[in-house]
Ligand binder design. Structure first.
Ligand code: PPS
Length: 260
C-alpha cells in the first residue's frame, strides 16, 4: 500500500512515522537543552552518514553502540511522535536528528546553547536520491517519474517541502557560534579533516586511532553492511526489493540521469 502525504502547516510530510499531533508537539512544545547536539538536514543530504559519524565521535571510535542500537534510537528524529518519547527518556547529552525547516523548529533551540550541525548537499543529487528513495519505499506518495518528481521538487511539493526554503531558513543561523555548516561534498572530498572539524566543534578530542575508527566505520561500504544503520530493520511492508538508505553514496550521481 502506498500512502499520500500528511499535510502540516502547509507542508507535505511522509505519512508513515508522522502524525499531526506528533508534529504539533515537536514544533511547539519540544524543549531543546543546552547540552543537546542537533543534526538538521533536508532529506537525502547524507543525514544517516552524519548520524554515524556523530555516534562514533561520541563513543570515541568504539563500534559497540552503532552495532547494537538502530540509528533512529541513537539519534531520534524530533518530528516523529515516537522518537519524542525516546528523547525524554534518554540520557544527556542527547543527539537529535531533524529534517524540519527552520520556521517550524521548536523555538527553544534559538535560546539554547545546543550545538547544531546543518548538513547540505548538491540539490541535483538530493533530487535523484529522493526520487529513488520515495520510489522504493512505501513511506509516502510515490513519484510518477523522474521528470514529474523534478517538477514537484522545484515547487516544493515533496516531503518536507522546498529544498530552497530549507536552505534559506537554516542559513540565517550560519553566524552563530553554536552552528556548524557542513556539506556532503566536503565530507566526500576530505572526510578525515571534516570529521576532525566536527569533533573539535563538539569539544571531543580524538586521538589518531580513534579518528581512524570513525573514518573506517562511517564509510559507505561499512555502513551499508551495518543493519543498525542501513534501515534494514524497517518492516518489509514499507520497502521494496531495491530499497537501501546507502544507495550509491557518490557526488554528482545526478549526471547519470537526464531530465528533459
Ligand atoms: S534520509 O532518508 O533523508 O535520512 O536520507 P539521508 O541519510 O539524508 O541521505 C541518503 C543519501 O546519503 C548517502 N549515504 C552515504 N554517502 C556516503 N557515505 C556514507 N557512509 C553514506 N551513507 C549514506 C546514501 O547513499 C544516499 O545518497 P544516494 O545518492 O541515494 O546514494
Amino acid at each position: 500500500m502506498t500512502y499520500e502525504f500528511l499535510w502540516f502547516e502547509g507542508l507535505p510530510f511522509p505519512f508513515v512515522g508522522h502524525t499531526i499531533e506528533g508534529l504539533k508537539e515537536a514544533c511547539t512544545k519540544y524543549v531543546i537543552k543546552d547540552e543537546d547536539t542537533v543534526m538538521v538536514s533536508y532529506p537525502k543530504s547524507g543525514t544517516h552518514w552524519l548520524i554515524e559519524i556523530l555516534c562514533l565521535i561520541h563513543s570515541k571510535g568504539d563500534t559497540k553502540w552503532i552495532h547494537s542500537v538502530p540509528s533512529w534510537k541513537r539519534s531520534p528524529w524530533l518530528e516523529t511522535g515516537q522518537s519524542c518519547k525516546f528523547l525524554t527518556e534518554s540520557e544527556r547529552p542527547r543527539l537529535l536528528t531533524s529534517h524540519l525547516p527552520f520556521h517550524l523548529f521548536p523555538k527553544s533551540l534559538f535560546t539554547s546553547k545546543a550545538k547544531v550541525l546543518y548538513l547540505m548537499r548538491n540539490p541535483k543529487d538530493v533530487l535523484v536520491s529522493g526520487y529513488y528513495f520515495w520510489t522504493t519505499s512505501n513511506l509516502t506518495k510515490k513519484p510518477e517519474s523522474l521528470e514529474r518528481y523534478f517538477k514537484c521538487f522545484i515547487q516544493g511539493n515533496v516531503p518536507y517541502g522546498s529544498w530552497f526554503e530549507h536552505i534559506r531558513g537554516w542559513m540565517s543561523m550560519r553566524h552563530r557560534e553554536n552552528v556548524l555548516l557542513l556539506s556532503y561534498e566536503e565530507l566526500q572530498k576530505d572526510p578525515r579533516s571534516t570529521m576532525e572539524k566536527i569533533s573539535q566543534f563538539l569539544g571531543k578530542k580524538l586521538n589518531p586511532e580513534e579518528l581512524d575508527s570513525v573514518l573506517k566505520n562511517s564509510s559507505f561500504h561499512v555502513m551499508k553492511q551495518n543493519k543498525m544503520s542501513n534501515l534494514e530493520t524497517m518492516p518489509e511492508s514499507l520497502t521494496s526489493l531495491h530499497f537501501s538508505i546507502a544507495r550509491k553514496g557518490k557526488c554528482s550521481g545526478f549526471r547519470m540521469h537526464e531530465i528533459t
